[in-house]
Write a protein that binds this ligand. Sequence first.
Ligand code: PEP
Ligand code: MG
Length: 552
Amino acid sequence: MSTRDEAAGKLEPIRLTGIAAAEGVAVGPVFAHVPGELKPGREHILEGAVEAEMERFRRAVEVVAGQLSEVGERLGESGSGEEAAIFEAHAEIAGDPELESGVEERVRNLQSPEAAVLAVGEEYADVFAAMEDEYMAARADDVRDVTGQIAVEIMGREVAGLEVLETPSVVLARSLAPSDTARIPRGMALGFVTAEGSRTSHVSIMARSMDIPAVVGVGAALDGVLEARFVAVDGTEGYAVADPGPEILAEFESKKEGITAERAALEEFKHVEARTRDGRRIEVSANLGSAGEAEGALAWGAEGVGLFRSEFLFMERAKLPTEDEQYEVYREVAVTFGERPVIIRTLDVGGDKSLPGVDQGEEENPFLGWRGIRMSLDTPELFEPQLRAILRAAAHGNLKVMFPMVSDVGELRAAKEVLARCRERLEGDGVEVGVVDAGVMIETPAAAICAAELAREAAFFSIGTNDLVQYTMAADRGNERLRHLRGADHPAVLKLIGEACGAAREAGIWVGVCGEAAGDPALIPTLIELGVTELSMGASAIPRAKKILSEL
Ligand code: PEP
Ligand code: MG
């Protein structure tokens, strides 16, 4: 009997509220994963031992990087591309030359290599944690995870991890690193509840790709339930209940039945070609952030990729990807999708997304600043290799390119000129390239209002409702207080969408939607009514969207 049990006599349910990180519900026994703080075995070393101690550090790095790459390869082979990428990125952190030079400096001052690697790891983690960008801040945990593993390897200690999990359980933890989740034996994690984390932290990404319900960011309240026996997790709504009574258990049972029934009912819609009852064909595609998600998207019934957010490829790495590295990724997606269209959006950083290695400068209003195509046109050293990679990869599939944040037809013309120049040079060098249609994202009011001009020069439009709403309503998309102003169904927004659709129709080009509104059951009928013929969304929303379309 736990102390909480004894003290309370009768258990009262405790509700924890957090961020809905991976949808679904789960109920199960608690497995609290609260490892003690990692402390170095020795703080100092003897004079004259520097070289030998640095050698121990290098050996430990080799072992850890090797293990991480091995796990990455194994995951890659089993089709878990996104998780594989995380381990590969961790292997890169382990082998980072700056990490080594930071450790060496401290070891030369006679600090032990285990203390040095933990200290340097902490310094790096603090830099990441202080970044405003949520995604980059979440990378602090990755650095701590890797440097912790190196320290443990130097000390030759085994740390009990989640590999000891023998009964299917809900894992409660302050934070979960990829190395933690990867150690869980298959089928043993029913759900995750963590004190820290955001929707873009790795525990959330991995929970979604493993289809395990997760609630993250519940804060210090987690400490109060570590001794609970059972916990119920609702990853769709973003809460968990520790020691749920019979009433809550019954409620979760019926939620579970509802989800199972909904998934089963949608199964038959996964692979249908969506057509409205009056015969209009609507293409339903997936939004991807990495090549590893491509196979999964096809299984959900994606008919193409309506938005490949290429910036994630840049953000996930310590260094900017080369033209060849980009080519490999775009080619992989193109080959996976075969004849189906894959739209690569060129780099869309700025606003809330920053890029290591690119000086964004100080901006008073980053969302109104050097974003998307504006930045690409100013940095040919980033833009040209990306376009070359897309052109080369297009020889292997049906690739299209799309420019983000366009607000003036001059930007589209300039971008197309760069694309044409890249094509000419590649062809001149005898490099094989494919046909690449160039489209425009409609996500600024200016683009929607000047849609007729843009439509004369673009091969297609894709409406980015996330940004179109924020700019039309003058309501920051990340500001929770302005939630009431963020509906894409506001008449002002619909008017602009209608404007873009009208201009597209007139010019004979197609128009899609790739913002969150595309997968919103309540908005789909309106978007189709306005003239949209393609919807692109998170892959798991595809069957539901196809069902709605078939019933229109
Ligand atoms: C959008 O703005 O709707 C969009 C799809 O782009 P992102 O969410 O990546 O800004
Ligand atoms: Mg956008």
